[in-house]
Design a binder for this molecule. Structure first.
Ligand SMILES: Cc1ncc(COP(=O)(O)O)c(C=O)c1O
Length: 499
C-alpha cells in the first residue's frame, strides 16, 4: 500500500485526510491518483500521523516514483579517449557533452519571452554576409518596420547589436559628455542603471527618486529642472520591469523640453506591448530590447534618435569614449546612404527580428496593445480571486508585467521552483528591496496568450493549495473566464454598434 493509500486507510476517507492536513480535497485526491505523497509533505505526514507513516517512507517512495534530477543534463562517461593519448585532451571536457536541447517552457517572467515558430524558423535560415545585397535590402525593411513599432519617421532607427543594456549605454555614451548635467528619474532597478551610466560617462547626475512601485512624479521632475537650469538631458524608464509600473512618457518629455533638455527613454518593456509614440510625444532618444514584447531572440536593441540628437552628437568636440558605440561611426553601416563595415552584424538574429516585427505589422500595433491589455485583465482577475494584491495602483499597472505580493508566510522561491520543475512555467522574482516579497508575471509578446494565462492560474493555484494555502484553483480559473466573457461581450456590442 503506498503512502497516500495508507493515509486514507488511517483517517477513513480522502475528505478526512484533507481535514487532518487542512488541505483542499483535490490535493489528497491528486496524491491518491499519482500514487505517492510529494516529498515536501514528508515531515508533515510524520507529524500528523504521529509517526504511523514515517517521513523516510514518504521520501523514499516519492523519490523512487519521481526522482529529483539535480543536474539538467545527463552525466555520461568521458569521450573514451584516454588522457595522454591525444595531446589536445589536456583541455578537453572530462565528460561526454551532447547536443543541447532546451526543454519546452512557458515563459511568463520579465523576459525573455517565448518565440513565435515563424521567428525561430526564420532564424535557422542559411547565413549570408552582412553586406550581401539581399541582406542590405532586408536591413531597409527592418528599419521601416522598427519605425512602425516606434511610430516615428526618424531616419536613424535601427537595431544595435547587443542586449537592451547596450542600447541604454549607446544613448548615454553618445548624448552625455563629461560635465553634462543629467536628471535621472529612479523608481526601480533600471532607473538605477541609467544613473550608473551617467556617472560612468562623467556626467553630473541629479536624481529624482520615487518609491518603487509608483510612477515618476512629474512635479518632482519639474522642480528638479527649475533648480538645475543647465540640465542637458532627462532620462527615465517608461515601463519599469522591476515593479510593473508605467510612467507618463509623453508628460515627462513635455516637461523636459519646456526646460530645454533632451530626453532618453527606456522602452525595453513597453515597445510592442503598450503605446510608444516617438514622433507624437517628441521623444529624442529611445531604446528597447528584442526579447520582451517584440518576442524575438535576445541580443538586439532597437533604438531611434531624432535629428536634434544626431546634430548634437555630430557637434561634440570631444571624442566619444567608446569606439563600438560611437554613433558617427555606426552611421556608416546603418545610416541612410552607406553600408561600410563597422562590425560583423548578427545576421540570423536580424532575420529573426525582421520576422518578429512583421508579425506585429500583420497583427496591427493597436491590436497588439489591446491583446496585452485583454490578457492582463483576465490574469489579474484570476490572481485577485486567489487573494493576491498588486504592487502598483491600477491606473499605473503595466499589462505586460504584473507584480503581486507573495502571500504571507509562503516559501516564495519554493513556489517558483515547483512551477518550473512540475509545470515548466517560469515566473519572475522580486529584485532589490522587493526580493522575496513579490512575484512578477510577464505577459509579453508571443507569451501573452489565453492558454498561458489559464496554465499560470491553475499551476500557481495548485502549488499554493498543495502547500496548504486556502486557495481554490477553480475560483481563479472561473474569474479569468468571467473576465474574458465580459470582454468578449463588450467587443461584440462595440462591433454591433459600429456596423
Ligand atoms: C526596463 C529595462 N531596461 C533595461 C533592461 C536591460 O535589458 P537587457 O537585459 O536586454 O540588457 C531591462 C531588462 O530586463 C529592462 O527591463
Amino acid at each position: 500500500m503506498n503512502c497516500a493509500q495508507q493515509l486514507v486507510e488511517l483517517f477513513g476517507s480522502q475528505a478526512d485526510v484533507a481535514r487532518a492536513f487542512q488541505l483542499d480535497r483535490a490535493v489528497v485526491n491528486h496524491w491518491v491518483k499519482i500514487g505517492y505523497v510529494p516529498a515536501r509533505w514528508a515531515g508533515e505526514v510524520e507529524r500528523v500521523t504521529g509517526g504511523k507513516v514515517s517521513a523516510v517512507e514518504v521520501l523514499n517512495e516519492a523519490s523512487a516514483v519521481n526522482p529529483v534530477r539535480v543536474k539538467s543534463r545527463p552525466d555520461d562517461a568521458p569521450f573514451g579517449i584516454q588522457p595522454g593519448q591525444d595531446a589536445m585532451n589536456t583541455y578537453a571536457p572530462s565528460k561526454r557533452i551532447h547536443s543541447f536541447h532546451p526543454p519546452q517552457r512557458t515563459l511568463m517572467g520579465p523576459g525573455p519571452t517565448e518565440i513565435h515558430p515563424r521567428v525561430l524558423t526564420t532564424m535557422s535560415q542559411p547565413a549570408i554576409g552582412y553586406l550581401d545585397p539581399v541582406f542590405v535590402e532586408m536591413m531597409e525593411e527592418l528599419k521601416s518596420l522598427l519605425r512602425y513599432v516606434y511610430q516615428t519617421k526618424n531616419p536613424l532607427t535601427f537595431p544595435i547589436s547587443g542586449p537592451g543594456s547596450v542600447g541604454m549605454e549607446y544613448c548615454f555614451v553618445n548624448m552625455v559628455a563629461p560635465g553634462d548635467k543629467v536628471v535621472v528619474c529612479v523608481n526601480g532597478v533600471f532607473g538605477g542603471r541609467m544613473l550608473e551610466n551617467v556617472i560612468r560617462c562623467g556626467g553630473v547626475p541629479v536624481v529624482v527618486e520615487d518609491t518603487w512601485g509608483t510612477p515618476v512624479d512629474p512635479q518632482k521632475l519639474e522642480d528638479a529642472l527649475k533648480k538645475n537650469k543647465d540640465t542637458k538631458v532627462v532620462a527615465f524608464v517608461q515601463a519599469e520591469t522591476s515593479t510593473g509600473c508605467q510612467s507618463d512618457a509623453r508628460l515627462l518629455t513635455q516637461i523636459a523640453h519646456k526646460h530645454g533638455a533632451l530626453v532618453i527613454v527606456d522602452a525595453v518593456t513597453s515597445l510592442g506591448g503598450t503605446p510608444v509614440k516617438v514622433d507624437e510625444w517628441e521623444i529624442d532618444a529611445i531604446y528597447s530590447a528584442s526579447q520582451k514584447c517584440l518576442s524575438c531572440t535576445p541580443g538586439l536593441s532597437p533604438v531611434s534618435f531624432s535629428e536634434a540628437v544626431v546634430e548634437r552628437v555630430k557637434k561634440r568636440k570631444d571624442r566619444i569614449h567608446s569606439w563600438f558605440m560611437d554613433m558617427n561611426l555606426l552611421l556608416g553601416y546603418w545610416g541612410a546612404t552607406t553600408r561600410t563595415y563597422h562590425h560583423t552584424a548578427p545576421t540570423n538574429s536580424l532575420f529573426a527580428l525582421h520576422e518578429a516585427l512583421l508579425l506585429i505589422r500583420e497583427e496591427g500595433l493597436e491590436n497588439s496593445w489591446a491583446r496585452h491589455q485583454r490578457h492582463h485583465v483576465a490574469l489579474k482577475a484570476g490572481l485577485e480571486a486567489m487573494g493576491m494584491k498588486f504592487l502598483v495602483a491600477e491606473k499605473n499597472q503595466l499589462p505586460q508585467m504584473n507584480a503581486v505580493y507573495c502571500p504571507a508566510g509562503v516559501a516564495e522561491a519554493e513556489v517558483r521552483k515547483t512551477l518550473l520543475t512540475e509545470f515548466g512555467l517560469e515566473i519572475g522574482a522580486g529584485l532589490g528591496p522587493l526580493a522575496g516579497k513579490i512575484w512578477r508575471f510577464g505577459l509579453m509578446g508571443y507569451s501573452c496568450r489565453p492558454d498561458n494565462v489559464m496554465l499560470c492560474l491553475s499551476a500557481l493555484g495548485s502549488v499554493l493549495s498543495d502547500m496548504g494555502l486556502p486557495v481554490h484553483v477553480g475560483d481563479a480559473e472561473a474569474a479569468a473566464h468571467g473576465a474574458y466573457a465580459q470582454m468578449h461581450a463588450k467587443d461584440a456590442q462595440r462591433k454591433k454598434r459600429a456596423a
